[in-house]
Write a protein that binds this ligand. Sequence first.
Ligand code: AMP
Length: 288
Amino acid sequence: MITTDSIQTLRAELQKARDQKKRIGLVPTMGNLHAGHLSLLSIAQRESDYWVTSIFVNPMQFGPQEDFLNYPRTLESDQKALSEAGCSALFAPTVNEMYPEGMINHCSVVPADIACGLCGDYRQGHFEGVATVVAKLFNIVQPDVAVFGQKDYQQLAVIRTLARDLNFTTRVLSGPTLRAQDGLALSSRNGYLAPADRETAAQLYRCICQIADRIKQDDCDVHKIVESGKESLEHSGFCVDYLEVRSANSLATPSRHDKSLVVLVAAYLGATRLIDNLEFDVIAPLSV
Ligand code: AMP
């Protein structure tokens, strides 16, 4: 595995791979790799011959009050894990390499409306930062396939739209959310949780599972079920940004005849913001 922080070096390596007719894969990450990231790597490995993992904590996607400075950076152990996993190249650029002219006047990608609502309402500018850095990475690597996690459900929808609308030839693939034994979705931010909160955190997944189960039962009132889910989370100590049921993929407000749904949640435990989601199907018409 080569490790580089240079766009030029990475491009030269990619050219060699392309000359050998290798299919290129990309897994963008912010590092502090866990088993969830590694599961995406195995999809990249299956779908490509030369795969790049990027590690870049992208300042453009963090708000001024967010955790950019404290975000866990563990490059050495990440490098080891990637090398053991069979990664071809690790691209770990500096902020200056990605934004040599700074971010103020940097051209940016304004995502489609799918970035509005949900996290878009609570993290101003976040998806614009994500769309911009992903577009840059797609242009730098020009991957045949790129792999993203369903854990960041709205982000995945934004990126699919970005690839479609801006005519990237990259195929966007997704991988399911990996969870700890108690159901908590693996996340680099779980490390921020105080030990007492770590146990409570698992209630987030239990709550969205219960909501999906109850909605699957006939003749249910979605609004009431969601409201009672929110109350029980708040009772357990969460501060809920949102808990919503939407149409799967489009993220539109569900209509009576929607069959594929997703329940999405973002909530704070102490200073730690956790997100999760669960897709599910219904048979009977919804009561919305
Ligand atoms: P991050 O490093 O948090 O930016 O995540 C990099 C990629 O890994 C994104 O596509 C995430 O959706 C994905 N990811 C994060 N957590 C998980 C998880 N628990 N299971 C699967 N994929 C994940």
